[in-house]
Design a protein around this ligand. Structure first.
Ligand SMILES: *Cc1c(COP(=O)(O)O)cnc(C)c1O
Length: 388
C-alpha cells in the first residue's frame, strides 16, 4: 500500500486537548517497516526532525531534545538538569499542570514558590516582579496554555519582568498544549526553555517528549555545581546523541522511538514545509476557536477563562449548564460520535473541554468545527430538556 492509498479506519471524532486527530500521512509514516535506529536511512529523519522542531518555535539556536516519553518527561528534564537541589524555582500556576510542575521540581529537591492564579484567571505580573525582588530564583515557569482551564498566559510580560529584576533567572515555558497552535517566538522573545509533546498541537501520536533549550540555558546546565541526579533524563547523556543525529551520524544512549520519529517527522513536514505558513495556521486556530466560543456564548455557556483575551486558541473550556455534570455532557457527545474531555482537578464535574487543535482547526474541508458546534447545540438542548 502507498501513502496515497492508505486511509485510517472510521472512528469517533477525537476532540480532547490531546491526543488529537492526525493525518493519514502521519499514521502511514508510523507504519514504517522496522529499521535500525543507527542506520544511514534513519539518521537524516531524526536530524531533520531536530531541525524542524526549531522551526516550529522560530528558533535558530535552541537545542532540541527528542526523547521517548510523554510531555511529563519535560518536567523531569527541566527539574533534573537546570535546577540543583536547594535552588529556588518560581511556578506561575494557572491550573492543574502548574501543580504538577511544582510537584516534579520538589521531587528533584528544588525550593518551590508558587504564585497561584484564581481558577480561570492569569497571574498578575506585578506579583511576579515582587517575588523576583524577594529572592534569587533559578527558574520561573509559565504554563502557556493550562489545559485544565484553557487559560492562556502571555509569557512576554513575564520575560520582561524577569529581565528587568533578575536577568539571570531562566524562563521556562510549558508549551505542551500550545506549541503549533499559539504563536511562540523563542529567540525573539528570549525564552530559555520550551517543553512540549508530540500528541497535542504537533499532530503526531503520543510518546515523544520534546524540549528546546536556549544556548544560555545549556551554559547554565554545563556549569552546574553538582552532577545530575537522574539517569534517563540527563542531558549529559542526550546532548551528544542529539548533536550526532543532527550532524548526520548516529550515536546510542537509549533506543529512540523509531516509528514515532517517522510519524513526527511527517507531521513536522506538514507543519513547516506545507503551503500553509505557521502564521496562517495560528490564524486558523484563532478562527476555529472564535467560532466554538461564539456558539457556546449563544447557547448561554460561560467560559472558564475569566478574561476572553486570555483564553486558548487550541481549546475551549466551558461551564456546564446549571444542574448538569460534565460526565453527562461527555456521554451526550459520545452518543453522537464525538469525544470531548470533562474537567480536570477539584472542579472537574462543573465544566468540560473541547480541543480544536491541528487538522481539526486547520483543515476546514474536514468539517470538524461545524460538527463540534452542531453537536454542542444538540447536547445542550438534550441536557437542559429543550429541543435543539
Ligand atoms: C498534556 C500536558 C502535559 C503533560 O503531558 P503528557 O503528555 O500527558 O505527559 C503537561 N503540561 C501541559 C500544559 C499539558 O497540556
Amino acid at each position: 500500500m502507498s501513502t496515497q492509498e492508505f486511509k485510517q479506519a472510521p472512528h469517533k471524532l477525537l476532540v480532547i486537548p490531546g491526543p488529537i486527530e492526525v493525518t493519514d500521512e502521519v499514521l502511514y509514516a508510523n507504519a514504517h517497516p522496522s529499521v535500525s535506529h543507527v542506520s544511514a536511512e534513519f539518521v537524516p529523519v531524526f536530524g531533520d526532525s531536530v531541525r524542524m522542531t526549531r522551526d516550529v518555535v522560530f528558533s535558530k539556536t535552541a537545542q532540541p531534545f527528542l526523547i521517548s516519553g510523554s510531555g511529563t518527561l519535560g518536567w523531569d528534564q527541566i527539574s533534573a538538569n537546570l535546577v540543583e537541589p536547594g535552588e529556588n524555582a518560581l511556578v506561575l500556576n494557572t491550573g492543574y499542570f502548574g501543580d504538577s510542575f511544582s510537584d516534579c521540581l520538589r521531587t528533584y529537591g528544588a525550593n518551590v514558590d508558587e504564585i497561584k492564579a484564581d481558577f480561570g484567571a492569569t497571574v498578575d505580573v506585578a506579583e511576579v516582579e515582587k517575588a523576583l525582588q524577594s529572592k534569587k530564583y533559578k527558574i520561573v515557569t509559565v504554563t502557556h496554555v493550562d489545559t485544565s482551564t484553557a487559560v492562556l498566559s502571555d509569557p512576554r510580560p513575564i520575560i520582561a519582568a524577569v529581565r528587568k529584576v533578575s536577568p539571570e533567572t531562566l524562563v521556562v515555558l510549558d508549551g505542551v498544549c500550545s506549541v503549533a497552535s499559539e504563536e511562540i517566538r523563542m529567540d525573539e522573545w528570549g525564552l530559555d526553555v520550551i517543553m512540549t509533546a508530540s500528541q497535542k498541537g504537533l499532530g503526531a501520536p503520543p510518546g515523544l517528549s520534546i524540549v528546546l533549550v536556549s544556548e544560555r540555558a545549556i551554559k547554565v546546565f554545563e556549569t552546574r555545581k553538582g552532577p545530575v541526579s537522574a539517569y534517563y533524563a540527563s542531558w549529559k547523556r542526550w546532548l551528544p546523541i542529539m548533536k550526532a543525529y543532527e550532524s548526520g551520524s548516529a550515536a546510542y544512549f537509549a533506543t529512540p522511538p523509531v516509528n514515532l520519529i517517522y510519524a513526527y517527522h511527517q507531521s513536522l513536514l506538514q507543519l513547516t514545509k506545507a503551503n500553509l505558513s505557521l502564521e496562517e495556521r495560528f490564524k486558523l486556530h484563532a478562527e476555529a476557536s472564535g467560532r466554538v466560543k461564539a456558539a457556546a456564548a449563544e447557547l448561554g455557556l460561560k467560559q472558564v477563562p475569566v478574561d476572553p483575551s486570555a483564553a486558548a486558541n487550541g481549546m475551549t473550556a466551558l461551564y456546564c449548564p446549571a444542574g448538569v455534570k460534565s460526565s453527562q455532557i461527555a456521554s451526550l457527545f459520545m452518543k453522537r460520535g464525538v469525544v470531548i474531555a470533562g474537567g480536570l482537578g477539584s472542579q472537574k464535574d462543573t465544566y468540560f473541554r473541547i480541543g480544536h487543535l491541528g487538522i481539526t482547526a486547520v483543515e476546514k474541508s474536514r468539517g470538524d468545527v461545524d460538527r463540534i458546534i452542531q453537536v454542542l447545540k444538540e447536547v445542550v438542548a438534550e441536557a437542559t430538556g429543550k429541543s435543539a
